[in-house]
Design a protein around this ligand. Sequence first.
Ligand SMILES: *[C@@H]1O[C@H](CO)[C@@H](O)[C@H](O)[C@H]1NC(C)=O
Ligand SMILES: *[C@@H]1O[C@H](CO)[C@@H](O)[C@H](O)[C@H]1NC(C)=O
Ligand SMILES: *[C@@H]1O[C@H](CO)[C@@H](O)[C@H](O)[C@H]1NC(C)=O
Ligand SMILES: *[C@@H]1O[C@H](CO)[C@@H](O)[C@H](O)[C@H]1NC(C)=O
Ligand SMILES: *[C@@H]1O[C@H](CO)[C@@H](O)[C@H](O)[C@H]1NC(C)=O
Ligand SMILES: *[C@@H]1O[C@H](CO)[C@@H](O)[C@H](O)[C@H]1NC(C)=O
Ligand SMILES: *[C@@H]1O[C@H](CO)[C@@H](O)[C@H](O)[C@H]1NC(C)=O
Ligand SMILES: *[C@@H]1O[C@H](CO)[C@@H](O)[C@H](O)[C@H]1NC(C)=O
Ligand SMILES: *[C@@H]1O[C@H](CO)[C@@H](O)[C@H](O)[C@H]1NC(C)=O
Ligand SMILES: CC(=O)N[C@H]1CO[C@H](CO)[C@@H](O)[C@@H]1O
Length: 829
Amino acid sequence: MSWQWHFLAFAAALVSITSDVVNAQPSPDLQRRISAAIKSAANSSGPIDYTAFVNPFIGTDNFGDVCPGASIPFGMAKFSTDLTGYAPAGYVTDPTEKIRGLSPLHDSGTGSSLGTYGNFEIMPLLCPRGFNTCTTKLLDRERFRKNNTDDASPGYFAQTLDNNIKMEATATRRAGLERFTFPANSKPYFVLDLANDLPNSFAGGTLDIDPTKGRITIGGRWGSSFGPGRFSYQAFACYDLLDGGKQKLDEFGVWTADAFGLDAKGPGQTHLNLSLNLIGGVYESGALFSFANQPKQVNLRVGVSFVSTDQACANAKSEIGSASFDEIHERARTLWNEKLSKIEIDVGGTPANVTEMLYSSLYRASLTPNNATGEAQGLFANTKSFYFDSLYCSWDTFRTFYPLLGLHSPVEFAQIVDSYIDGWRKNGWMPECRANNLPGWTQGGSSADSIVSHFAVNYHNEAQKLGINLDELYSALLADGDLNPPEWNTQGRQVNVYKQYGYVPFAVLDTSSTGRQTREGSRTLEYAFEDFGIRQVAQLLGKKDDEARFTNSSLFYRNVWDPSIKSDGFTGFSQKRFMNGSFAFQNPINCSPNDKNDTRPCSLQGNNINGFYESSSWEYSWFAPHDTAHLIDLMGGNATFVKRLDHFFNAGYYLAGNEPSFQTPIGYHYANHPAQSVDRVREVVFQNFDITPAGLPGNDDQAAMASLLSFHLLGLYPVPSTTQFLILSPFTPKYTIHNSFLNTSTTVTTKNFDARSVAEKIPRGAAAYVKSVTVNGKASASTCHFDFYDVFRLGGEVVIEVTSDRTAVDQCVGSVPESLSTGGFASAR
Ligand SMILES: *[C@@H]1O[C@H](CO)[C@@H](O)[C@H](O)[C@H]1NC(C)=O
Ligand SMILES: *[C@@H]1O[C@H](CO)[C@@H](O)[C@H](O)[C@H]1NC(C)=O
Ligand SMILES: *[C@@H]1O[C@H](CO)[C@@H](O)[C@H](O)[C@H]1NC(C)=O
Ligand SMILES: *[C@@H]1O[C@H](CO)[C@@H](O)[C@H](O)[C@H]1NC(C)=O
Ligand SMILES: *[C@@H]1O[C@H](CO)[C@@H](O)[C@H](O)[C@H]1NC(C)=O
Ligand SMILES: *[C@@H]1O[C@H](CO)[C@@H](O)[C@H](O)[C@H]1NC(C)=O
Ligand SMILES: *[C@@H]1O[C@H](CO)[C@@H](O)[C@H](O)[C@H]1NC(C)=O
Ligand SMILES: *[C@@H]1O[C@H](CO)[C@@H](O)[C@H](O)[C@H]1NC(C)=O
Ligand SMILES: *[C@@H]1O[C@H](CO)[C@@H](O)[C@H](O)[C@H]1NC(C)=O
Ligand SMILES: CC(=O)N[C@H]1CO[C@H](CO)[C@@H](O)[C@@H]1O
């Protein structure tokens, strides 16, 4: 989801103008520490601490919307500060924004403009003139940071306020510890916020102070960040204030406030019970308390739950108990090292920036979705399945995120697949964009199909052992593909008219379902690819009739191809189409970066009449990953296809930060020019990614970008819903992927690797172009692609031999990657 996509494309120029006046906020020590760790690992033969290579601040500027907060892998809790201004994940680097507090719930990399979570914020205060003068309300308590001191590492987050109060946090799955260090001789005060979350969506809640136990319980309802406003979710927290008896509470009470004069405190009071403010507006309220004896440090234990305050307290007790801050931090670091070491590289031979980008990306690729197993609510309450929150959105993650997870972590992949299937069990269709435990807006249709089918085709032999029943998985797919939901803004596809016409018509009469009548071109393209995923599983399970039926509909992308459209000298583009078959012309340039109209709606808006979601026709017309060979025919053959690809990049239609474009740089493979894909990927990486906070081309989109970059650096690209990988040129001389479920390790060696080739333009004489590929000593059938079953599933040694002789190897030895229309994907592995 790139909610602010259109704004972004045009804001890019502005960002670069202002970037030299905005400081990079993380402490400069952070980069020094990472660089030193990479250098020393390069030289050591001992065990490697991969967490030391991770820069959690990559993507916290330039609208990356990454949360740098303290979390374990897939943690439900992510402790971060919340800042004013545009900050959907809580934190941003911009030093002109102020800190409102530290809070335990966040998402990472989601681009809804108002943000999400940020509930139960706590802010440390100095109130030199006592309780009644404390700045409890938002506008009064906001403070600047102490510039250039922010710090974070996997499982740890720290920020210091401009009054020298330092805030630190570490986390478990549903709890965390917060440590506050105050200036000497000051009395620590804290304000705890009941009502405010980042999008100001409070819909009522309660707060109770138990001064004897030293415990505050808090809970309520809040609104969706990327879904219908009429829904709300519940959340709860439990703050333990006494650090196992080492701290003594002094004053306590409650407060309420607004921006227009209300600023009332109730010393000694212990209860707040507020309902939804029906007239609207911000209603502020919470608790205020202080500690006796001027302790220099204050430790708070925080549990969270989506079920109840009791469960929030129980989570803190079971996950933290009396463990110290350093112990919890160490446990989190160990969990992160387990995840990060699934992919090991030759650190000594790899350029340091590549190492930092790769491990920071792998880190984010295990940061979300949030594991809320045991914490489900609403329809999912008490489910026996695993439960993940923030599937945000499947349109973003099916392309690279799940294929990456599938390479090394099938157990985790299966748990998330189970959660998708459970969506069908409880709701009738699999979730497309679950956000805040609520249904979010559909983007492309039912992209969950592409996710669960990717799992099925890669792991059908192990599915049962992994807890997945393939018949159920298939029933869930058929529901998405065949059953028309009454409301497809949140439940998937407008299946009825798509099946009737072979495309989603523009201005169609639909008598049995509702949804916003936009994006007909891109919905058709995505539905068709989703049908390909269903077809793949039908084939796997031997359902011949379904296989034929869904093979047919997977080719419906052809039905929105208008061969008569010309743009920039190229002919044939995807277009939306009326019921009567006529095309409804929209200029293919619309909604591209070359669109001169910067007010044109291009996203979910009702007045997005362009026919495409967050993309131009120039961009989406490349999208048929399962049948690129036919797309080449439609575009006029290999030579024209290559020319058109070059033009697409050189003329600036490509958007690295937009999911439909992910596979396009590797399109040259299909026209038998793999060396040109290698050049393009080098260019894409260097023009769009780096190790700075602004180092992502827009939202991380729940690590869609992180996983895309990981594949680019490893010289691989996965074709979703298949077992096929496209082969490119690794940015590292050697890496090993461990799959601890299959008990396999696959080492990929880049023979003749030349570090000079790791550049935007590969210099003449630097080896980078793929000459040969061997798998366990045998030549791969193609130098352009190989199969999961022949490589990662078996483990062993892969050698990718590269050469500087670009011309000699700019063709696949063996076949180009598969396409349906040329007999590809003929049988399941
Ligand atoms: C931090 O930098 C910003 C931007 O330059 C400035 O507005 C702010 O006052 C600085 N904060 C402190 C504590 O110096
Ligand atoms: C809060 O007040 C509502 C009525 O306004 C009541 O139904 C509810 O039980 C109260 N909740 C608590 C926890 O006091
Ligand atoms: C999610 O949490 C459950 C319950 O603790 C655990 O069994 C499971 O392994 C976790 N999965 C992931 C991917 O974190
Ligand atoms: C493919 O689908 C179209 C549209 O539903 C239908 O008219 C056609 O008969 C189908 N072809 C096959 C071979 O099933
Ligand atoms: C098809 O319908 C559209 C919209 O009503 C109309 O503009 C167009 O002329 C029609 N085409 C034909 C061939 O009738
Ligand atoms: C830009 O697009 C919007 C929406 O389609 C339209 O209302 C407006 O007139 C266009 N502006 C220009 C200058 O074409
Ligand atoms: C395009 O290239 C592919 C791969 O080399 C080849 O199979 C196909 O025949 C070519 N198409 C045309 C129209 O030349
Ligand atoms: C590493 O990244 C930093 C920040 O983007 C950049 O300034 C530097 O030039 C890069 N170094 C190399 C060797 O690419
Ligand atoms: C992997 O190894 C473990 C321990 O040796 C064993 O229990 C497990 O069955 C193996 N898994 C597979 C898929 O072979
Ligand atoms: C023990 C070891 O590998 N030492 C190496 C450390 O790194 C320097 C330069 O990077 C090498 O010269 C040493 O041989």
